[in-house]
Write a protein that binds this ligand. Sequence first.
Ligand SMILES: *Cc1c(COP(=O)(O)O)cnc(C)c1O
Length: 350
Amino acid sequence: MKRIYFTVGPSEIYPTIPMHLRDAIKNHIPSLNHRGSEFKKLFKETTDNLRNLLSIPNTHEILFVSSALESMERTIQSVVKDHSFHLISGSFGKSWMNIASQLGKKTEQALYPGKLTKISTAAELICITQNDTSSGIQIPMEEIYQFKDKYPKKLIAIDVVSSVPYIKIDFSKIDITFFSVQKGFGLPAGLGIIIVSPAAIEKAKKMQKQLSIGSYHSFISLAEKAAEYQTPETPNVLNIFLLNKVLRDFLDSGIENIRNDIEEKAELLYRFFETNNFQPAIEDKNIRSLTTLVLNTQGKTSEIKKSLLKKGFDIGSGYGDFKESQMRIANFPAHTLKNVKALLKAFNNK
Ligand SMILES: *Cc1c(COP(=O)(O)O)cnc(C)c1O
């Protein structure tokens, strides 16, 4: 039976993926030598297309890793000598801080939304989960840029796993940006991307002289290989191939059209839920995510999920303690307006 995934990640695959997978097999992509010229060409094309789509300046490195959690760890390892600061708006932000603690760093936190008076002088990196998929809070980029204005000497890292490619980023104000591809890009899981500024690379180089910043996946090792359009290990070539294809599809659609579609669908979804007694968990519209909606269900999550599943729609439960009192619904580029309307119709006929 047909099933459409409105889960927040992994989620529905982008509609062109089946075609691109067939293409991959036809072109022997899983057997491609990762040191050969065909792979180098694929690496270059993929990073060029990503630069194009997200307006990433040539000064910034694009590095391939395996996941967003790995990106959190590599970021801390590569640029934090002693002390990191974490702005926490949900569970993913907490996980990032835990990773820093587990790597032996001193951590400092502030809750978002909330009053933040000062970040200590010792903090070298400011870690921000721009869109926390657990809570449905999205932090406006303007607020994030203010950190750079206020603390120009500190590095800033953002997790945009569940807001990319919707979120617009001014990379001149962000040092490290990372995401994995199984959410907004509608791809299979198992590939992470880290975008790194020259200042962050410089910090990693300096640190490397004093302590271990990790081995094959340190920013330095990744950047050295990226300069030759390669990765240190045998990478997820199939997923890089699919990413390149989907990037081309996004470029063909036009990023502004993709962003407008997300806004249109978000408005439709929120309006429906608000008038049908499923209140958004985040009351403040300025910080409410447009890509990962979290809604209150008055304890009826499993009942709702079960009845929707019978109609071919999979939605997400609440996160952690909110498993039964909230539901989470993704609004990514893979979710067509037609499918969003079909989901809402299924809600009406529950
Ligand atoms: C899903 C998610 C992650 C973890 O991604 P993985 O690719 O599973 O490591 C991290 N941060 C946010 C905001 C997420 O939504």
